[in-house]
Design a protein around this ligand. Structure first.
Ligand code: PPE
Length: 307
């Protein structure tokens, strides 16, 4: 689906016209993947439009930049305002917000530290990532033949642009095989995550998810799910999981900013549970939407109004 263009993009400190937000073809990040980014959603809440866990996302952006020795030439407060501005000034009620920090135009070659650091924040309206149908009835996933990048190959917990070629390979393979999404195994063969989502399973009312040592991105939605599960009086266990653990799980689901909370009803040729979204998954999903719409007082601090 083509991107829904809006008027303005925040580019190195000012709002420019969408069509003018351009970079040179010899931009370092284009050639070597030397960028870090975030994906954040803004929701229409009962009060106003607010960005969900904006500060937590921006903190992760600074953490990611640190690993690649990128000095972000703006403060967190400035970037927070930039994110709000692209939603507000484009008149968006709901939005996907994409801050990206990348090595710009200047030098070629793999040593990036002499290249400038450019910062862009864009926002647009982005519907469901894995389909409305997926959110309602669940998705079918396939174990990928592509392994998740090893934590000592590229730190997966850092949201760098370059590493997404790993996700692209897995996603294309899964889609071409007729599935909705891929599940990647880590270098040891343990379940890691989806191409752009974390993964969970439920067995005997305990919620399980791979730990950070499985090459996952430590998702902010994953953390939101942890809170929801604990509030339900259930336990989340982070541990190594095999794909067979999923085959006989009672329920499974994926989480991510773009994807939100999506039931997984089939993995490879196995139905998960009875092949329908499970009751615990449904409760987590319902609570997630209550929180992002501002209907849960407990987490209202996660909603940062665009003003
Ligand atoms: N794992 C990966 C590999 C990943 O890309 C994401 C987010 C997650 C887990 C979940 O993280 P979080 O959003 O903090 O809960 N993927 C983003 C990129 C989507 C895209 O196609 O671009 C997202 O969901 O915004």
């Amino acid at each position: 689906m083509p991107i829904k263009e809006v008027e303005k993009i925040w580019f190195n400190g000012r709002l420019v016209d969408w069509k003018d937000a351009k970079i040179h073809v010899l931009t370092h990040g284009l050639h070597y993947g030397t960028g870090v980014f975030e994906g954040i959603r803004a929701y229409e809440t009962i009060n106003s439009t607010a960005i969900f866990r904006l500060t937590d996302h921006l903190k992760r952006l600074y953490r990611s930049a640190k690993i690649y020795f990128m000095e972000i030439p703006f403060t967190l407060d400035e970037l927070r305002e930039a994110c709000k501005a692209v939603v507000r000034e484009n008149g968006l009620k709901t939005a996907y917000v994409r801050p990206i920090v990348f090595r710009g135009y200047g030098e070629m070659g793999l040593y990036p530290l002499n290249s400038p650091v450019d910062v862009v924040v864009a926002a647009w309206s982005w519907g469901t990532y894995l389909g409305d149908e997926g959110i309602r009835n669940g998705i079918r996933v396939k174990t990928s033949s592509f392994r998740r990048i090893d934590v000592n190959t590229i730190p997966a917990g850092v949201k760098a642009t370059g590493q997404y070629v790993n996700s692209v390979l897995a996603k294309v393979e899964a889609k071409m095989a007729g599935y909705d999404e891929a599940v990647m195994l880590d270098s040891r063969g343990m379940v890691s995550e989806g191409s752009g989502e974390n993964i969970f399973m439920v067995r005997n009312s305990v919620v399980y998810t791979p730990s950070t040592s499985s090459g996952i991105l430590e998702g902010i939605t994953r953390d939101t799910v942890f809170h929801i599960v604990e509030d339900m009086g259930l336990k989340v266990v982070e541990r190594d999981l095999t794909r067979v653990d999923f085959y006989y799980a009672d329920e499974a689901f994926m989480s991510g900013t773009a994807a939100e909370v999506v039931p997984v009803v089939e993995m490879d040729n196995y139905k998960i549970g009875d092949g329908k979204p499970g009751p615990i998954t449904r409760r987590i999903q319902d609570e997630f939407y209550r929180i992002v719409r501002g209907e849960s007082g407990k987490y209202s601090h996660w909603l940062e109004p665009v003003g």
